[in-house]
Design a protein around this ligand. Sequence first.
Ligand SMILES: Nc1ncnc2c1ncn2[C@@H]1O[C@H](COP(=O)(O)OP(=O)(O)OP(=O)(O)O)[C@@H](O)[C@H]1O
Ligand SMILES: [Mg+2]
Length: 668
Amino acid sequence: MLVVDDDERNLLALSEVLSDIAEVVTADSGEAALRELLKGEFAVILLDVFMPGLDGYETARLIRERDQTRHIPIIFLSAVNKETEHLMRGYAMGAVDYVFKPVEPIVLRSKVAVFVDLFNMTREVRRKAEREQRLLDANLKANSERLSAERELRLAEQRQAAIIASLPICLYLEPLEADPRIPRFVSGNFTPLTGYAFEEVKQDPTLWARSIHPDDRKRVTAAIEARELGRGHSIEYRWRCADGSYKYFLDQSVVLRDADNQPIEYAGTLLDVSHRKQLEAQLVQSGRLDAIGQLTGGIAHDFNNLLAAVLGGIGLIERRVALNDDQQKIVAMTRRAAEQGAELVGRLLAFARRQKLEPARVDIASLASSVADLLNHTLGGLVSLEWQTSADLGYAYADAAQLELALMNLIINARDAMPEGGTISVIGENREISAKDSRHDVEGLAGGNYIVLAVTDTGCGIASDILQQVTEPFFTTKDVGKGTGLGLSMVHGFATQSGGTMHIESEAGKGTRVELWLPRDAQADDAIPTEAETSKRANGVPTAGHRLLLVDDHEEVRATTAILLTDLGHHVTEAAGGSEVLDKLRADPTGFDCVVSDYAMPDIPGTEVVRQARSIRHALPAILITGYADADSISALPSDVRVLTKPFTPEDLNQAIAAAVEAFGQKH
Ligand SMILES: Nc1ncnc2c1ncn2[C@@H]1O[C@H](COP(=O)(O)OP(=O)(O)OP(=O)(O)O)[C@@H](O)[C@H]1O
Ligand SMILES: [Mg+2]
């Protein structure tokens, strides 16, 4: 309480009387009282009315004016002014009581005690209210934290569900001891993945095991049985979906454990890896074909050289030796055998993508008529051939003769697949592969325009397990002597070497469709000669005796070629390699009309021989003879140098020389 009196003794006396009720703060003037009021909280103020300076009334007025102090009860103390008028003024100034001096201690104490109690109670009530408010606030805060945590959790769950739903994967839960295997739970993508509703699987306990591909069943069952308690599994197998098609699944599981580390159930995933498997198979297959191709190509190349020498030798004998009838028959037979060998080698080289191709614009309509003519007798009465080409079909860019051969191979395969007869249709279409279209099912094609020739039959079809193998050389299902197994290998090699591809679709018992993709000739310009026209032009070049410089490191081959050339009326000078050529040319720079050089020589390639020869005599006509059928393997070939592929006929050789010399003559 605040006791205000200008008389020191009064203050002392009052303090004495009241000090055990509450703490007493004294002030000896109105100003001092106001100062004290600023410092603390008071339960009651005892205010002397008469004081110098601010008197009691004035002080009370100021106290009432301030918000912080307005409610503090004021008891006036007065020794004089006992009149009603003063009493009234005191109450008007906000006093709660008016006590006259000398004060009766008991009365004063009890009056003051009332206010102190009131103050304490009010303070207690306020404190309680504050405590309750604090509790309420804490409670509210906890509640809102819980709510936002719940919201976060719900969001996380929704997010998780969305992620699971968008995965190309099916999650499942499976009891530990499940035989037959039936999941307890599967995630939403089970049906899109398998075509079955979860209910169907639950009601048909053997469905899962039954649908595994028969070839995979044993392995998968073993893997599941071997799955020890506590261990998961990881297996790949083919599984027949509701629509009857097989998908390749990667099926993996792990064991879920409870808090005591006891296994509860398996949690697994089912992932469709069909596309990956398909790519893998394609990769393995094309790797195999590449390897076989390299091997075959190497052997075929060596064989080709030998056959060239054999055929050359036979030619010489026929020309030079007078043979009787019997001997002529033997020689002719030998020649036929060698020619058949050469043809076989040619097919091997085609498979190995090493044949010499002369691509040009090919008109499919005229190709159709020439193929149809060739096959008329071969097809037999039961099988008919039907061509369907769209009116706007473009030109293919390919080697016409090889394309003809490829189509014949495909058509004869189709015929063989239909012993009962039927219709083979050849459908020609324009197709485009956009550069971005990397997932096209036609393997490894660059973006661009293509001509697709599809040969379709309704024959026996190809079983899926040998589909990968039919393009391998010597793979055949035909009887001994009926098929060599080189047909599709050749077609595949030819198509790939031409910048296209071959694609087989087949179903056992239903039929086969083989697509031959070839690049489409980009130029719409009609002035470009077709293959037929090009060869026509090369024909009819007059031939005459020329002075030839023949280069070949292989002595026998060189000798046979030399004799052949001499027989054709040429003058031949032989050289065994690059340095000999240079020596001979330096000795007589204008003494030769044409260089005839082998391409593949151990110390120096034919192209280099030509280059060096031309460093002595500019633009000297030259031709290259090669056993390497692959034009790509010849690097740095001058554009005017023609390449002649072994084995060749004497006429081929003669024509090539004549063309080279002719071209030189025109230039000068
Ligand atoms: N249209 C088809 N229908 C069914 N099977 C086919 C068809 N085409 C090819 N095949 C199968 O592919 C195998 C390989 O064919 P490919 O043309 O390479 O050799 P081939 O026809 O057996 O012998 P070749 O063509 O050398 O005379 C055939 O033996 C056959 O089993
Ligand atoms: Mg064939």
